[in-house]
Design a protein around this ligand. Structure first.
Ligand SMILES: Nc1ncnc2c1ncn2[C@@H]1O[C@H](COP(=O)(O)OP(=O)(O)OP(=O)(O)O)[C@@H](O)[C@H]1O
Ligand SMILES: [Mg+2]
Length: 480
């Protein structure tokens, strides 16, 4: 195309656009007017700015389209109005991402193509940001959920599913109340809602429940999601799991409680134990010397009651001074058998069937056998008591897992309510009638097992029965 020709074109487009010149330049899009041959007849200020050139008039449109993109661009050139993604070469080295729409304009018996292109750099950046963001959310170990403005869940990440025990399908469209533990008051949640509905971020510790009922402690941050019109359109909840930390805290409290009671017990044993010994020897002396049958009978009762007090104190002291016993290489199966033999002598066991499954080749453990016998006797007697004299079964199983010898004692008795379950290892906690239980059995047992570096776990369903699992760590074990 000659200079001359081009000037003619230029003149005609100038005529065509002069009226709209300013508007054309005000448009946020890049606009090019092309003649039938694809030559740029005019372009607006946005195009000049974003391309970084002001010498485009008379140049082929294709001269600013990267080669690889040209066939596609050309194919759209004659179609009307279909939007497509492309790129423009700029004055600098970087290509400009654009979304293009081409319109045909008939004027003065000529057809011009008007290329209207939107700069997509920001959108691309936003897409990329979103991709990064969603990747982080999908992969993070922190449970995250998003709700709509009504508080119904519309998104949760895989960590959330894993943590809550619920699947996406079970959660989408539900209120997060589903996970509530009822450990927080109504006022607590009202305050949370007031904060986030006011557009502010709420942060605090909450206790939730897993699908299986286990507690979940988290540090929760709820942030309202606000749109361009400052409307709250949803809420983002990000959790940090602190369940383990909470458990450790509780264990620490438990062990501190034990320690202080141990100290107390040693004091009581000293102050009460000595007078008790005198009382009991005096009782025996009088019993031997009196001929009054009534007195003899009552003295016998006193002797029994004094004996009970002494035993209680001995239990307490045993726990506060566990180091007096000697550690020996011990066959756990033998200890379990010993404990069973003792328990089976009791009166209440006639209706009970004992099922024993002893694991083979268990390694010997370096522990105090008498103390361990005590633990199994306590748990077995509790199991017997839980059957309340009715026919039933008790299962005893010993087995080896990777780190522990595990002794499970299961009964088909009354089971333990959820509230009680938190308290059964507390000293003096008993649900038995006065005189029947001191509430020290499990407390002492827990202390002994903890001293061995082990643990006692409880599973129980009211009405179905309970399983007590004693875990004894293998560290320092010898092959049996
Ligand atoms: N197998 C079980 N089934 C049902 N409840 C149990 C079982 N084991 C323990 N418990 C509950 O835990 C409580 C505490 O048990 P723990 O052995 O510490 O004390 P206790 O049996 O009441 O008294 P004792 O000091 O004589 O053992 C019991 O009173 C009972 O409520
Ligand atoms: Mg007991």
């Amino acid at each position: 195309m000659s200079e001359n020709n081009y000037s003619e074109d230029w003149m005609s487009t100038q005529n065509l656009y002069s009226k709209f010149d300013r508007i054309f330049d005000l448009m946020p899009e890049l606009i090019f007017v092309l003649d039938e041959k694809g030559i740029i007849a005019d372009y607006n200020r946005t195009a000049a700015q974003l391309i970084g050139r002001d010498d485009l008039t008379g140049k082929q449109m294709m001269s600013i389209v990267p080669e690889g993109r040209q066939p596609e661009f050309l194919s759209y050139l004659t179609s009307d109005g279909k939007r497509f993604d492309s790129q423009f070469l700029t004055g600098s080295a970087k290509a400009l991402d654009v979304s293009v729409q081409i319109k045909q304009l008939e004027s003065m018996e000529r057809t011009f193509s008007v290329v209207i292109a939107r700069d997509m750099t920001e959108q691309k950046q936003r897409d990329l940001d979103f991709l990064r963001f969603s990747n982080v959310i999908e992969r993070t170990i922190n449970p995250i959920q998003i709700t709509d403005a009504h508080g119904l869940m519309i998104y949760m990440n895989p960590a959330f599913e894993k943590w809550s025990g619920y699947s996406k399908e079970e959660l989408i469209g539900k209120n997060p109340k589903l996970l509530r533990s009822n450990k927080h008051s109504r006022q607590f949640w009202q305050h949370v809602w007031r904060t986030i509905l006011g557009g502010k971020v709420w942060q605090g510790q909450v206790e939730n429940r897993r699908k299986d009922g286990a507690p979940l402690h988290t540090e929760l941050l709820i942030s309202p999601i606000i749109d361009d019109e400052a409307e709250v359109v949803g809420f983002l909840g990000a959790h940090r799991d602190i369940t383990e930390q909470k458990m450790l805290e509780q264990q620490l409290v438990q062990s501190q409680k034990m320690e202080s009671i141990g100290t107390l017990a040693a004091g009581i044993a000293h102050e009460v134990g000595n007078p008790l010994t005198s009382i009991s020897s005096l009782v025996q002396v009088i019993q031997r010397t009196t001929s009054d049958d009534f007195a003899k009978e009552k003295l016998e009762l006193i002797k029994n009651q004094v004996g009970r007090i002494s035993r209680t104190i001995r239990d307490l002291v045993d726990f506060s001074r566990p180091s007096t016993h000697t550690v020996r290489s011990t066959d756990v199966n033998q200890v379990v058998r010993d404990a069973l033999n003792i328990v089976k002598y009791g009166k209440k066991v006639r209706e009970i069937t004992f099922h024993e499954t002893m694991g083979e080749n268990l390694p010997l453990l370096m522990i105090v056998p008498d103390q361990l016998t005590q633990v199994f006797i306590n748990i077995l007697i509790n199991a017997v008591d839980a059957l309340q004299g009715k026919p039933g079964s008790i299962w005893i199983q010993t087995a080896l897992d990777t780190n522990n010898i595990e002794i499970a004692i299961r009964d088909s008795g009354t089971g333990i309510s959820r509230e009680d379950k938190e308290k059964i290892f507390d000293p003096f906690f008993t649900t038995k009638e006065i005189g029947k239980g001191s509430g020290l059995g499990l407390w002492v047992s827990y202390g002994i097992v903890k001293n061995f570096g082990g643990d006692i776990l409880v599973e129980s369903e009211p009405g179905t029965g309970s399983t007590f699992k004693v875990l004894l760590p293998l560290k320092g074990a010898q092959r049996g």
